[in-house]
Design a protein around this ligand. Structure first.
Ligand SMILES: N[C@@H](CCC(=O)N[C@@H](CS)C(=O)NCC(=O)O)C(=O)O
Length: 230
């Protein structure tokens, strides 16, 4: 059976799911959704009106982290989760951190126009990176290339799309990637070389164009509004 993926090139959440499909060698069909002009039929497919969504026969799953765990359970090889329960728990903690804290700071740095608030969010984003460096990959990787050492996991795939988009933060907000985050930087470079990542990577210019509306806070859409309101 071929999995159907509803996706958008610009979307970091959809990218994580596409990377999971690629890393697991799962056959899939991709339907690109124009998020500025969603087709009517998409509303029946996506209960939150967002990408990514996958359907697999009669199954339909949305929310990228949930989709990725569903794929992990349905297609256990190659495994993208650590084996030991405690490591699995820690992996989920970092996925949650990506979903609730890191992503928020990334969008807020762009959407916030008030200079004082913007400076506050920039600091939050830097603090998150430092925390990821010291408490996350720095402790967990134990000299390996990935968050959990030698083996790629969903944690790597979950964070990576935002690192591919760092040029946006640098260009629109003048924020350089912190020098102290050496392990994260090396990890990001390693990720950029994976075949799965290379096969769907976008150039910095693509992101500069597509994120311009976030940077001047004129973007429309459900996700942007949710970010503004939170
Ligand atoms: N929590 C969701 C977030 C998905 C999401 O926000 N997708 C955005 C694109 S990056 C979207 O489709 N937004 C629709 C809209 O803004 O109207 C997930 O992890 O899948």
């Amino acid at each position: 059976m071929v999995v159907e993926l509803y996706s958008a090139r610009v979307c970091p959440y959809a990218q994580r799911t596409q990377l999971t499909l690629l890393e697991k060698n799962i056959s899939y069909n991709l339907t690109e959704i124009d998020l500025q002009n969603k087709p009517d039929w998409f509303l029946n497919i996506s209960p939150y009106q967002k990408v990514p969504v996958i359907s697999n026969g009669r199954d339909r799953v949305w929310e990228s982290s949930i989709i990725n765990e569903y794929l992990e359970e349905l297609f256990p090889e190659p495994s993208l989760m650590p084996k030991e329960p405690i490591k699995r728990a820690i992996a989920r903690i970092w996925i949650d951190f990506a979903n609730t804290k890191f992503n928020m700071a990334f969008y807020k740095v762009l959407l916030t126009q008030d200079p004082e608030q913007q400076a506050k969010w920039k600091q939050t984003l830097i603090d998150h990176l430092l925390f990821m460096e010291t408490e996350g990959i720095g402790k967990l990787s134990q000299g390996g290339l990935y968050w959990f050492g030698d083996d790629l996991t969903l944690v790597d795939l979950t964070f990576y799309p935002w690192f591919e988009r760092w040029s946006v933060i640098e260009h629109y907000r003048g924020l350089a990637f912190p020098k102290q985050c050496n392990t994260l930087k090396k990890w990001s470079e390693t990720m950029a070389q994976r075949e799965s990542v290379k096969s769907i990577a976008n150039e910095p210019n693509f992101y500069l164009k597509t994120y311009e509306k976030y940077a001047d806070n004129t973007a429309t859409g459900i996700t942007t509004q949710e970010m503004r309101d939170s």
